[in-house]
Write a protein that binds this ligand. Structure first.
Ligand code: AMP
Length: 283
């Protein structure tokens, strides 16, 4: 497996693979791998001939006062994990490679980015779409895998790729959870023991809301209340948002037809955790 921080090297490598008729799969990440990231790499390896994983803690998607400096960085062990899974290359660019002097472009997707994390983290999605556009331009993958854990990010990237005719298949990977239901996240390691215990209520609350739906409830407000109610005895948790939205457009849904995305952001102490569940009628 090749590990490089050189844009020239990775783009030459990918160009060579394409010229040999090999398909290229891509998994963009910020590193500090857990089983969620690794599941994306497994999907990419199963569906393409060569897989490139990028590790880049992208400054432009962090807001002032967020955790850019303290974000965990574990590049050596990350590389070992993905090599074992069959990745062909890891691209670890420096910020001045991704954003060289004179870089002046910002990719901005309207609409889908306005609510949820877009409202909670102004500028975040411009950072995400811009870095994805740059990385897609370097790697020129046939497909790229994104986790449903970041459901709004997935919808935004799909929209960008479709609107800009980038010709990349975007593959959605299911959310990988800890045994007690907490969605895996590089940020879970910030949690104190007590915060970690209480954080399991996030998935419990979402599942309770889903149960209500399966019992026939179609009013979103009642599902949202069920979630909030589940967290009421957890003093270290604070709900930042709880929304019921269409999973493609991210627009709010009040009376549910047959599917809705319940998306939440909850602070456990100072750590912001996001999670979601796609609630659907059984066929
Ligand atoms: P990050 O390194 O946090 O930017 O995440 C890189 C990719 O991994 C994104 O596509 C995330 O949606 C995905 N991801 C993160 N956590 C999980 C998880 N628990 N299950 C599935 N995918 C995940």
């Amino acid at each position: 497996m090749i590990i490089t921080d050189s844009e020239e090297k990775i783009s030459e490598l990918c160009a060579r693979w394409r010229s040999e008729g090999l398909s290229v799969g891509f998994v963009p990440t910020m590193g500090a791998f857990h089983k969620g990231h690794l599941s994306l790499v497994e999907i990419a390896v199963a569906s393409s001939d060569r897989v490139v994983v990028s590790i880049f803690v992208n400054p432009s998607q962090f807001g002032p006062g967020e955790d850019l400096e303290k974000y965990p960085r574990t590049i050596e062990s990350d590389c070992k994990f993905v090599e074992e899974l069959g990745a062909s290359a890891v691209f670890t660019p420096r910020a001045d490679v991704v954003y060289p002097p004179g870089f002046s472009t910002s990719v901005s997707v309207a609409g889908i980015t306005e609510g949820l994390c877009g409202a909670a983290r102004p500028g975040h999605f411009n950072g995400v779409t811009t870095v994805c556009a740059v990385l897609f331009g370097i790697v020129k993958p046939d497909l790229a895998v994104f986790g449903m854990k970041d459901a709004q990010q997935l919808a935004v990237v799909k929209r960008m790729v479709s609107d800009l005719r980038m010709g990349i298949e975007i593959v959605a990977a299911p959310i990988i959870r800890e045994a007690d239901g907490l969605a895996m996240s590089s940020r879970n390691q910030y949690l104190s023991r007590e915060e970690r215990n209480q954080a399991s209520l996030i998935s419990t609350g979402m599942m309770k809301a889903e149960n209500l739906f399966h019992m026939g409830e179609r009013n979103s407000e009642i599902l949202r209340k069920e979630f909030v109610n589940t967290l009421k005895d957890a003093p270290l948790l604070r709900v930042q948002y709880i929304e019921t939205v269409n999973p493609e457009t991210m627009l709010g849904v009040e009376e549910i037809d047959d599917r809705v995305l319940l998306a939440v952001s909850v602070f456990a102490g100072k750590t912001r955790l996001i999670d979601n569940i796609l609630i659907e009628s059984e066929v």
